[in-house]
Design a protein around this ligand. Structure first.
Ligand code: NOJ
Length: 509
């Protein structure tokens, strides 16, 4: 394979709390991840991304970091992290860790100091402002609901938090903030991590005027996404380049305007940025084709994301149950045929649906901050069912922090491993065939085939992939050897391929 390892890597997101619990407290941990590495090797991914496992009061389940260079006891300790990293590397897997530069926890030493002593230098590392009378400095709303400002006493000033009030935003116009985050990156680079996933990478610099937004119109581009942030990533890139081994960054640039996302990966900035545009595209050949063409034009190549720990699981978005699983696998197979780096979210390889979580078990701050008006993200974060017949489905010996999804027994990993027609086995086969294609250096050129309106066909090297979005099987004139199909019933004979309903076939052609 040509180019650095990350260029076309399949990266698997481990939402640590819900992956595997080694100590029976109901919450996943690093030792649990280590015990399940064989699953990732068998699946055929290249890397794992670990969501935050740092010391945290867990108000946003770890995205509220109190200490950036230590492991929270809930998840293990630094020695356990080192063991996980060593085992992952020995198994041929790279490890990407999360970094959260936009905000700290309110329990971070800086913020405590900023509150305890308003004259301290720590105050200027956050965004404190006077209000307008008894009103906050502007009308910005938190992404999680409610105002983006909280008032503190005794000064009566307000601090900015684009997320929960327990997550005060840092002020990136203050050089001390840059230096501290560089120190944090060095800490983890020195331990041997292969890269960083950067939380809300586009929000660090705010509109300097902190101007009001039109009421009801939160818009990341008007709050952040400012050119100043690009210099931060140029500096981070210089740091990473000073290390050996192709260390990388992937930015969570939560925008949908592809040329604007592309700014983050141009020149010597980030190596990758998440591309959520496929996730936001409805099922349908024409819409998907437009989305793919735009992405392929602007990224060289980019990333593909259908699901993560913030989004409704794609099986549910595509209609739920067996229909959603079928469509989800079809789109996944299409994306895996393209140049770029697919990011998979734990449980999607099992075809998990969004789980029902009763109100009294909801944990997401979004649920609390909207007084239940928004359900929040718990339904995509429920624990992984590993073993159909084990207590706690092999996830935990205790009470899981969130309930399991309703289909856990049918969709458990051990059941699927034995079933050649399962979603899990389809992922394994597709990833293995993709790896074989990449060995032959197929290049980045993608040719779109001109097919009927329900179909979307692409050619990359010897691989041709055809997605059929119709409700019935379709025959296409195409010569080639049938390699894979995301659903049963595919055939290739006499220059004609039968593509089952809501399925993608792969041909060697
Ligand atoms: C994006 C993360 O993916 C999400 O889980 C988190 O709540 C917010 N950023 C705030 O850190």
């Amino acid at each position: 394979m040509s180019g650095p390892w990350w260029r076309e890597a399949v990266v698997y997101e481990v939402y640590v709390r819900s992956f595997a619990d080694s100590d029976g407290d109901g919450v996943g941990d690093l030792e649990g991840v280590r015990s399940r590495l064989p699953h990732l090797v068998d699946l055929g991914v290249d890397a794992l991304w670990l969501t935050p496992f740092y010391r945290s009061p867990m108000q946003d389940h770890g995205y509220d970091v109190a200490v950036y260079d230590d492991v929270d006891p809930l998840f293990g300790d630094l020695a356990g992290f080192d063991r996980l990293l060593a085992d992952a590397h020995a198994a041929g897997l790279r490890v990407v860790v999360d970094v959260v530069p936009n905000h700290t926890s309110q329990e971070h030493a800086w913020f405590r100091e900023a509150l305890a002593d308003p004259a301290s230098p720590a105050r200027a590392r956050y965004v404190f402002r006077d209000g307008r009378g008894d009103e906050p400095p502007n009308n910005w709303r938190s992404v999680f609901g409610g105002p983006a400002w909280t008032r503190e006493s005794p000064t009566g000033q307000w601090y900015l938090h684009l997320f929960d009030s327990s997550q005060p935003d840092l002020d990136w116009t203050n050089r001390e903030v840059h230096d501290e985050l560089l120190r944090v990156l060095r800490f983890w680079l020195d331990r041997g991590v292969d890269g960083f996933r950067i939380d809300v990478a586009h929000l660090l610099y705010k509109d300097p005027e902190l101007a009001d937004l039109p009421p009801g119109e939160y818009d990341d581009r008007r709050v952040g996404d400012r050119d100043e942030v690009l210099a931060v990533y140029e500096e981070w890139r210089r740091l990473l380049d000073s290390y050996d081994g192709d260390r990388m960054t992937v930015g969570e640039v939560f925008l949908f305007d592809v040329p604007r996302i592309a700014r983050y990966v141009s020149g010597s900035r980030l190596h990758q940025a998440f591309n959520f545009t496929v996730m936001a595209t409805p099922w349908g050949a024409a819409a998907l084709r437009r989305t793919l063409e735009t992405a392929l034009q602007h990224f060289s190549p980019g990333t593909w994301v259908l699901s993560n720990h913030d989004l409704t699981r794609h099986v549910t978005r595509y209609g739920g149950g067996s229909l959603g699983r079928r469509r989800g696998l079809a789109v996944t197979a299409l994306l895996l045929a393209l140049p770029g780096s697919p990011y998979l979210y734990q449980g999607e390889e099992l075809g998990l649906d969004e789980a029902e979580v009763p109100a009294d078990r909801r944990q997401d701050p979004i649920f609390r901050r909207t007084a239940g008006a928004e359900a929040g993200r718990d339904g995509c974060r429920t624990p992984i069912p590993w073993e159909a017949d084990a207590a706690g489905y092999g996830f935990t010996a205790g009470d899981p922090w969130l309930p399991f999804g309703a289909d856990s027994a049918q969709l458990a990993a051990d059941v699927q491993r034995r079933d050649p027609s399962s979603v899990l086995v389809a992922y394994q086969r597709l990833l293995a065939t993709r790896r074989a294609l990449l060995q032959e250096e197929p290049g980045d050129e993608v040719v779109f085939l001109e097919l009927d309106e329900d179909l979307l066909g692409v050619r990359r090297g010897w691989l041709v992939a055809v997605l059929n979005t119709a409700g019935e099987a379709v025959q296409v004139e195409l010569a080639g050897e049938l390699l894979e199909s995301s659903a049963p019933g595919a055939e290739a004979a006499g220059g004609v391929v039968t593509v089952p309903a809501a399925a993608t076939v792969w041909l060697r052609s």
